[in-house]
Design a protein around this ligand. Structure first.
Ligand code: OXD
Ligand code: MN
Length: 620
């Protein structure tokens, strides 16, 4: 950690500094100086990523009361942070794509004019770090120096963000060394928006989780910049993740001919020793981490984890699609994670983990809903209040998180950090659908697969989300994360498919969440999902039959291995039922979904929708 006095970095000019990054190391130093002049921290610290630096930051946060050290026997080298109750999740309505035109951001993003937003943020950042330390955090997304990797630099006044970024990325000196005289790096500017020195030079007391009631998470896809103001939490503050690796990277990928996607990555080994790599997109809160760390129930099958949230995919020299997990850690949702649902995650977080907003046991361990069948008799809840099983509120916040290094995961694959990535054999799209969508269906070809991806949806289940039962579309599970017009994203996928030609991965759609008419889940899910992977593997090998339905290819009779499952013929029929009337109503909602994007929707996808309607009419 090298420390310089902010005064030496600051410009003497009284006019408000213009913050202007550019390629290369010199531009990085200039930019850091400009940011320091604007935000006026007490000191500027360049982070090396060393163990000693990490320990020092953690010790300082424990001493200041902003995190709690957990019991070193029960949860070694682990910590608990409790956030401000008003800063507990991503803020989609305060997240902006500031592209040159509103059409470039598209109807699913909040758009703001780039110069107006730059002006607003410059005002908000002015003096925003007074009394605090400004950390300069270089990081690599993907293995340092890898062909698909990218470098970013986050400036932040939150030490919690620094230690979290060290877990989630390759952070520090090695990443900085990647920035040569002309290298492109992504600038990511972050402040919690709570200066400790006010206008009249009065120093105020810090709080354990500083933040600001006003939050702005802004992305400038043309200049590849991120500015984040007012939040210390998750995707709002760990800018390498959703802001860079998805929103900015998706815009970079479109320009440069690759894909940045909200996908997990796994390696599947069959009992015969055949290896396949699968990339899967599911909307948030559909069990991605559970699928990525699955313990298969079928004997002889192995599923290994490569990534649980984000994949960068690029056509390789051999013409196939190759993918990396650009992250180095997991920022997983704790509630619902338990020894039955995700034993691998429970092992992963046994040590060296930063927990946020989980509950604490009286002996200094952590707990959350689902961590065990029986809750402990007494806990300290996520707000720091005493809690018992009779309490009216949950012990952990529903979006409580664990932040932990990927290489602590017992199911991590040997090739998870291969710089070239892994060749993708199959792409899977999933949603949370109580009705209509079969357990698994195969796309006819890449274009049909893009149609699947563009129509990922879940039923709205709570009135707050909109009319109950109406579809909530989350195309490619990218609705909150695409840095440009979503319909252009579909066109980009079609172009990638044209390039891959016959080497394109096969595409499937899955749905673990279909319910019976009396409201019970029809499919057991979790480790049993390997049965669907088994069918996919057999399809890739040409060893399984398919029945073509209007909504894709379904497993032929007897093709899905159901041995040992308590699933009667009626439930199986319901899992795969395609009701033309219900699907025709769904097709109308899909047409309305496409209509939001007007003429930006590729004609090839509109043709696929028309084809679906015709097939449903023929089947009626
Ligand atoms: C996440 C999300 O946190 O998708 O990964 O919301
Ligand atoms: Mn996610």
């Amino acid at each position: 950690m090298s420390i310089v006095d902010a005064d030496t970095a600051a410009h003497a000019a009284s006019a408000r500094p213009v913050v202007a990054p550019g390629p290369g190391l010199e531009a990085l130093h200039r930019w850091v100086g400009q940011v320091a002049s604007l935000t006026e921290p007490d000191q500027v610290v360049w982070c090396s990523g060393s163990d000693a630096e990490n320990r020092r930051l953690l010790d300082e946060m424990v001493a200041s009361g902003s995190i709690v050290a957990l019991d070193s026997g029960l949860r070694p080298a682990s910590y608990l942070a409790r956030s401000d109750p008003a800063d507990v999740a991503r803020v989609e309505d305060r997240t902006f794509i500031c592209s040159a035109t509103e059409q470039d951001a598209g109807p699913t993003n909040n758009w703001r004019d780039p110069s107006a937003m730059r002006e607003e943020l410059t005002t908000r950042f002015e003096g925003s770090m007074r009394g605090r330390t400004m950390y300069v955090v270089p990081f690599s997304m993907g293995p340092v120096g890898g062909a698909i990797s990218q470098v970013g630099v986050q400036v932040t006044d939150s030490p919690y963000v620094v230690v979290s970024t060290r877990i989630m990325t390759r952070m520090g000196a090695d990443a900085l060394a990647q920035i040569g005289p002309d290298s492109v790096w992504v600038p990511a500017l972050h402040t919690v928006g709570m200066p400790l020195v006010t206008g009249a030079d009065t120093r105020i007391e810090d709080v354990p989780w500083p933040s600001n009631a006003t939050k702005v998470i802004a992305h400038f896809p043309e200049t590849r910049e991120i500015w984040s103001y007012g939040s210390g939490y998750g995707g709002n503050a760990l800018l390498a993740k959703k802001c860079f690796a998805l929103r900015i990277a998706s815009a970079m990928a479109r320009e440069d001919g690759w894909l940045a996607e909200h996908m997990l990555l796994i390696r599947v080994t069959t009992p015969a020793g055949k290896v396949l790599h699968v990339a899967a997109a599911f909307p948030s809160a559909c069990g991605k981490t559970n699928f990525a760390m699955m313990t298969p129930t079928l004997p002889g099958w192995k599923v290994e984890t490569i990534g649980d949230d984000i994949a960068w995919l690029r056509p390789g020299a051999d013409g196939r699609l190759w993918a990396i997990n650009p992250e180095a850690g997991f920022f997983g949702v704790a509630p619902g994670t338990g020894p039955d649902t995700n034993p691998a995650a429970m092992t992963t977080v046994r040590s060296n983990t930063v927990f946020t907003n989980v509950a604490m046991t009286l002996d200094g361990d952590v707990w959350w809903e689902g961590a065990s069948d029986e809750p402990p008799a007494h806990l300290i809840d996520w707000r720091g209040q005493p809690w018992t099983p009779d309490s009216a509120t949950p012990a952990a916040h529903p979006n409580a998180r664990f932040t932990v290094a990927a290489d602590q995961c017992p199911t991590i694959s040997d090739d998870w950090d291969s710089p070239d990535g892994v060749p993708i054999d199959a792409i899977v799209f999933g949603g949370r659908r109580a009705t209509n969508v079969p357990l698994v269906a195969e796309a006819e070809d890449w274009e049909h697969g893009v149609f699947f991806g563009s129509t990922i949806s879940s039923e709205q289940t709570a009135a707050a989300e909109g009319p109950v039962g109406e579809l909530r579309l989350d195309p490619f599970a990218m609705q909150p994360f695409c840095g440009y017009n979503m319909a252009d994203h579909w066109a980009h996928w079609l172009e990638i498919g044209d390039r891959l030609g016959s080497k394109a991965p096969r595409v499937f759609r899955v749905n673990w969440f279909r319910k019976s008419s009396d409201g019970r889940y029809l499919w057991p899910g979790f480790g049993e999902n390997v049965r669907v992977l088994e069918w996919i593997a057999a399809r890739l090998d040409g060893d399984a039959d398919v029945r073509w339905s209007p909504v894709g290819g379904l497993p032929g009779v007897g093709e899905l291995d159901l041995t040992g499952l308590d699933l009667d013929g009626f439930a199986l029929d319901q899992l795969f039922a395609v009701d033309p009337a219900a699907w025709s109503a769904e097709a109308e909602q899909l047409r309305a979904h496409y209509d939001r994007f007007g003429d930006r929707v590729p004609a090839r996808l509109r043709a696929r929708l028309d084809q679906l309607v015709r097939r449903l009419e023929d089947a009626a």
